[in-house]
Design a protein around this ligand. Structure first.
Ligand SMILES: [Zn+2]
Length: 57
């Protein structure tokens, strides 16, 4: 199954975290707990700023 990982910067604390772009559950910032991604059934809705896309290998 294809899917990329993306690096997302938290809008509250600027922590950068790598998450799966098709996350099937909510992803919270490890530092402050802000929601970074919400599952939609396809690609997750990204709440923060996408820094870069990391190609799946
Ligand atoms: Zn944060």
């Amino acid at each position: 199954m294809a899917g990329n990982f993306i690096r997302v910067a938290c809008s509250d604390c600027e922590n950068e975290q790598t998450i799966f772009e098709k996350a099937s559950s909510s992803v919270a910032c490890a530092v402050c707990g802000t929601t970074l991604a919400t599952p939609t059934g396809g690609k997750a809705a990204i709440e923060g700023e996408t820094v870069e896309t990391v190609e799946a290998r």
